[in-house]
Design a binder for this molecule. Sequence first.
Ligand code: ARG
Length: 407
Amino acid sequence: MAREKVVLAYSGGLDTSCCIKWLQTERDLDVITLVANVGQETDDLDFVREKALRSGAVESLVADVREEFVNDFLSHEIAANGMYENKYPLLSALSRPVIVKHLVEAAHRYGATYIAHGCTGKGNDQVRFEVGVQALDPTLKVIAPVREWDLYTRPQEIAFAQANGIEVGATKKAPYSIDDNLWGRAIECGVLEDPWNEPPADIWKTTAEIADAPEEPETVVVGFEGGMPCAIDGERMSALDVIEKLNVIAGRNGYGRLDVIENRMVGVKSRECYELPGGLAIITAHKALEDLCLERELLHTKLHLEHKWSELVYQGLWYSPLKMALDAFMQSTQGLVTGDVRLRFHKGTCTVTGSRSKYSLYDKSLATYDEGDTFDRDSAAGFIYQWGMPSRVWAAQRLSTGNQGQI
Ligand code: ARG
C-alpha cells in the first residue's frame, strides 16, 4: 500500500531537515517539502530545494509568493495600519497565512492527508500554522514534530541529523533566532532574552547605526492610490518596489528599528527586536494620508478596529469570519485614500513634512485664522451651550445638594 503523504513547511534549516527524517521514520509518511519565498534573506532557494531532496523528501517545492504576499496580505496590513499592542507591525504573523495557503494547496494537489511544520511548542507560529490549516481545510491533520520528538538539546538534534545523513552545516548555534520576509526582520533569543541588555549592533542588517547615518536629511514623496503605495518621488512602481526602495532609503538613514516586550499567545512575555524601515515608513505615511482623507467618525472607529484586527492577526485568526469582515470594512475606507505624503528621514527619524490629496477633507477656508475665513463663529456659542448641557446640569445638581464634584 502506498504511504500516506505529508506536506512539510520547509526552511532548509536543521530543525525542518530533521523533521523530514522524523516524519519518514516515526510516522512512516512520504514527505513533500514546500519553501515559500516571501522575500527572506536566504537567496539560494535552489540549494534549499535540493537539500530537502538529499534529506529524503520525495518532492521539494519552491513557491515564489512575493507578489501575492504584497497584494493579498500586506495590502490588508497597510489598510489596517496593523500594529499588535500598538507597536509590532506583525511581520511574522503576516507571512504564516500565505505559507499556509500554499501548504494546503500542495496537500490537495498531491493528495496529502497531513501538514507539518517545524515550530516549537512555545511560540505563536505553531498556532498560526495550525489554526490556519484548520480554517482552510478542517479535514487535514497537522503534525508538529519539534513539539513531539525527544531531541531536547542541540547536540541531540545534531547527533540525530548525523546519524540520518542530514547535512548539519556550521554546528555552532546561531546566536539569535531570526524570521524575516520582505516586510522586515524579527530577531529574538540569545543575549536579547535579558530585557536589560541593549541589543547588540550585529542583530541589525537593513538599518544603519544612527552615528553612521548621513548628516543631511533625505526627503522622499510616497504616492498612494486607493490606500496602497504606488510611487516614489512621482515615479510609479509596484507596491513591492516601493517597499524595497523605502527599505533602502529609510534603512540607510537609520530608521526602522523596534525593541519591544510583547505578550505571546501562550501567555509568556517575550523580548523581540524588529527591523522594518520600509514598512514603518509606509504605515507612517499611510496614517498621515488617512488623517487628511477620512471623515472624523470613520477615522475614530477605524482606529479602534485596527487594534482588534491586529490582535486577530497576531493570534492566528487570519482566516476567520471576524478578520475577513474587518478586512471588508478596512477596504471600504480606502477607495479615496489617494495622494502624496512627504517624509523626511534623518538620523533614525522619519517625519511627515507634508500631505496632499485631491480627496482631502481639509478645508483651509474653515481652518484658517487669516483672511478668507468661512467658518460661522456665531454658531459656536450655540454649539457650546448644547454640548455643555449635561455637564452643566450635573454640576448644578451636585452643587445644590452639597455634593460638588461627586459622580
Ligand atoms: N514574536 C513575533 C511573532 O510572534 C515574531 C516571531 C518570529 N520568530 C523569530 N524567530 N524571531 O509574530
